[in-house]
Design a protein around this ligand. Sequence first.
Ligand code: AHR
Length: 511
Amino acid sequence: MTHPHARVTLHPDFRVGTVDRRLFGSFVEHLGRAVYTGIYEPGHPTADEHGFRRDVADLTHELGVSMLRYPGGNFVSNYRWEDGVGPVEQRKPFLDLAWRTVEPHLVGTDEFLQWAEREGVEPMMAVNLGTRGVEAAAALVEYCNGEAGTRWADLRIANGRAEPYGVRLWCLGNEMDGPWQIGHKDAHEYGKLAAEAGKAMKLVDPTIDLVVCGSSSMQMDTFGAWEQTVLSYTYDLVDHISMHAYYEELDGDRASFLGSGTGMDRFIRRVVASADAVGAQRRSDKQITISFDEWNVWYLESRFPGESNLPIQRDAPRIIEDVYSALDAVVVGDLLVTLLNHADRVPVACLAQLVNVIAPIMTEPGGEAWRQPTFHPFATTARLARGAALDLRVDAPTFTTTRHGEVPAVTAAATLGDDGALAVFLTNRTDQVVEVELAHTGAIVSLEQGRQMVADHEPAVAGPEHAAKVTQACWSAVDVARAVTPVGTGTTTVRLAPESWTALEGRLARA
Ligand code: AHR
């Protein structure tokens, strides 16, 4: 039987760039149960002496998360960080308007940063440029990174933390182009404020890196113009511009959903072009890179009622706890393929979010923590993708989708470690078996083992039992003997299951 065919050409000398570990970041926002009964639950059977759940921390490690963005998200745009530090019994609950939830302030900057430090995960902090501004932002940098002898650093020391935290990466607000954002601004207002806040923050600590807000999605009316205007104020100051994108299957349009990675690819190319246009106009040699600090599958249009329709709630309400299918996991794997293929311009990315809120990890209060199907492609990519992202040539048939136009039927990414460790990631977006010819002239490739996620047609059902059932049915070891055939020294063929994402590991040696 003949199968549709694609050809992927790789050469060890053709490289996109180095895979930055920060590409495998995630996100913890004060939203729903991400913090309370997510990472933090005093009294839980696995809670440590600080009240943080060991089971969730262990799954975070297994997921391979390198970095965590905190404390938001929309939340940060109305957050007074000073209200979340100092003796817990003196902290007063406040009404977070972003998610209309009473924030108890049991976890604040110190608790989060110390937890991240204990777990060996790099923090990425965001400052409030919605309801606040330059002074509060600079004060927070001083609180986190300052040496003894000034007001805010001394407050940190008085609160029990002598050593500066040394937080390196800082977001200048969140989604400031979005009308839903508390303290939403137009591009000129935000650009000027970000420039002044960033300037002050770098005067406190010149070693920090800054992320300026790009558009909240490519669908925003102001997309493109926003990036140009904001960067016209901040180009020389900032290191990265943010991108956010969420994908979902809408109206049963499976083809478009499976093509989401191509949508992400075009979005990245457009933001890179916008940033480079500003650089070119300034005759600047500096290159702004991308912090893709929110990406995931999120049933935003089809299941989320909208922030303003949420009732006021307290005690860690269940908000946007999307339940994922194996199809969602295939799309997540494919989005990772896109990110790897832009390793030169996307050093930072955050799967939004880590736990309970559109997350790969779910928990029950007082109960167990478990992996959603989307956990697996992320964990596998974070484990295998290291060294250089190779610049592949992919020749594949295409198909036309409603949302993303023409998209390739097969996508691929590959990484090569200094030690010759090779990882190949492949997505088959079609409903047929596809045979991929991997051409590697000048190199001997042996693919030894792999895992694959095959999409299902099952409605996603909440709970650990269903997640385990889906994982068992759809996430499996690749039968390398059947799927992978070496053909001489320069070619290997790989057969991909319909609607699947595959990660193969092996070795590459120069011929
Ligand atoms: O990740 C959930 C929300 O999505 C974030 O708070 C916001 O930045 C985005 O709109």
